[in-house]
Design a protein around this ligand. Structure first.
Ligand SMILES: NC(=O)c1ccc[n+]([C@@H]2O[C@H](COP(=O)([O-])OP(=O)(O)OC[C@H]3O[C@@H](n4cnc5c(N)ncnc54)[C@H](O)[C@@H]3O)[C@@H](O)[C@H]2O)c1
Ligand SMILES: [Zn+2]
Length: 405
């Protein structure tokens, strides 16, 4: 049985943060990240709206980027103490994802992190609290998705939690929150959204309900991302919607191995002083994975449909796929994102010698490739790579080589 699940309500447009005034409940726990929501006044606004709704409010602040299992456990304890009936998560994908995982642990204090990671195995929530998500970045769309990504730093691995139980009840997509994003964040989160839409469109779980969302998101991102990056706030607002549409698509159509690879490399080289930022990893790997997947005829035809829908030209399927790859690479250039790990600087910008040393990459490659194959996103990819293929694919992503297998 196929299922299509979205939040019960989605409020969009500038000023919709005010919708918080209409929530009905007694206690709201507001979960936020490192300080951008506070600094820009959105946290105070949210708290005062919730108080206007008659709620007692407590904050859980300081959720780090790429949140850890430990943060999730701490947050759940704070919830256990405060007993909220609303969890309001504001900020980028990180605080919202962390709050989703805290929510599970709050509802089921005995549950272990391993049990939470069982794909579509999360027990019934909403016995204690409902969940409202308010994104401040334009990429993950976690405000509408059934996913949460938590990092186990002891293993250096990101684990996607997946279940429609954690699809929020309410999403507030207010573009005012995205206006303060620095350029780099716009670039990374925007390419994350593009990857969501492309992977959803070629996923083996795509359907009539997800296809139009994915295609429209791709069209909008192609038209708006560079302008948003260059400071146009109208384009920034359009991107906030586009990433959300992409999220609606991939939450129901699932993703593919670009995400498997990004999940398993993001924190794999932390001991060299940097992260490979999620959206940047996706932007680098997507063109390589398209070339790999396009060896599958059905996937190739779907990529060609994407190319046609955004008018990239080309006569044959092969030409259209090549045009799509070229276009995505051009977007990376416009957004100052490198094409491969070798050229990925510690600051995420392209550089001659990136922060991941070649010998370290090669030494860790077999393990990383094995973990990527085992990632929850691999199952819906149109072509399932063998260990050898995954290692080759990663090498193409490291050295920026042509994928011809
Ligand atoms: N749940 C999902 O469906 C899903 C999908 C894709 C990715 N993810 C995960 O989401 C995480 C990435 O989330 P993200 O890309 O939104 O970034 P993020 O939440 O990690 O935030 C990155 C940085 O941007 C700052 N920031 C956030 N909003 C800002 C704003 N409006 N103005 C200024 N600064 C701001 C934050 O304080 C932080 O320092 C990763 O862990 C990734 O794996 C989840
Ligand atoms: Zn993503």
């Amino acid at each position: 049985m196929a299922r299509f699940t979205l939040p019960r309500d989605l409020y969009h447009g500038k000023g919709t943060l005010e919708t918080l005034k209409t929530l009905k409940g007694s206690r709201a726990m507001v979960c936020v990240g490192g300080g951008s929501m506070k600094k820009n006044g959105f946290l105070d606004q949210a708290v005062s709206y919730l108080k206007e709704a008659g709620m007692e409010v407590e904050l859980f602040e300081g959720i780090e980027a790429d949140p850890s299992v430990e943060t999730v456990m701490r947050g759940a304890q704070a919830m256990e103490k405060f007993q909220p009936d609303w969890i309001v998560a504001m900020g980028g994908g990180s605080p919202i994802d962390a709050a989703k995982a805290m929510w599970i642990k709050y509802e089921y204090p005995e549950i272990t992190f391993e049990e939470m990671c069982k794909v579509f195995g999360i027990p019934e929530l909403r016995r204690k609290a409902h969940f409202c998500a308010i994104p401040s970045t334009s990429g993950t769309a976690t405000e509408v998705t059934a996913f949460s990504v938590i990092t186990d730093y002891s293993k250096g691995i990101k684990y996607p939690l997946a279940d429609f139980e954690i699809t929020p009840d309410i999403a507030i997509v207010d573009p005012a929150l995205a206006e303060t994003m620095p350029k780099k964040l716009v670039a990374h989160t925007g390419m994350d959204a593009m990857t969501h839409a492309v992977e959803a469109y070629v996923s083996t779980a795509n359907c009539d309900y997800t296809d139009p969302l994915a295609l429209h998101a791709i069209k909008m991102i192609k038209e708006k991302l560079a302008d948003s990056y260059n400071g146009c706030m109208e384009a920034r607002a359009a991107m906030h919607n586009a990433q959300c549409l992409a999220g609606m698509a991939f939450s129901n159509a699932l993703l593919g191995i670009v995400h498997s690879m990004a999940h398993k490399t993001g924190a794999a080289f932390d001991d060299f002083g940097a992260h490979i930022i999620h959206g940047a990893a996706n932007a680098m790997y997507l063109p390589k994975v398209i070339a790999f997947n396009a060896k599958n005829e059905v996937a190739a035809a779907r990529y060609a449909e994407i190319a046609d829908s955004i008018k990239l030209g080309g006569e044959t399927t092969e030409e259209k796929v090549a045009n799509l790859i070229a276009h995505l690479r051009k977007m990376c250039d416009e957004l100052n994102i490198p094409h491969c790990i070798k050229n990925y600087g510690a600051d995420s910008y392209p550089t001659e010698n990136g922060f991941v040393p070649e010998e370290v990459f090669l030494e860790r490659l077999p393990e990383i490739a094995k973990n990527a194959i085992g990632d929850a996103c691999t199952g819906s990819n149109p072509r399932i790579p063998t260990q050898e293929e995954m290692e080759k694919l990663f090498k193409c992503c490291y050295y920026d080589l042509e994928v011809d297998f």
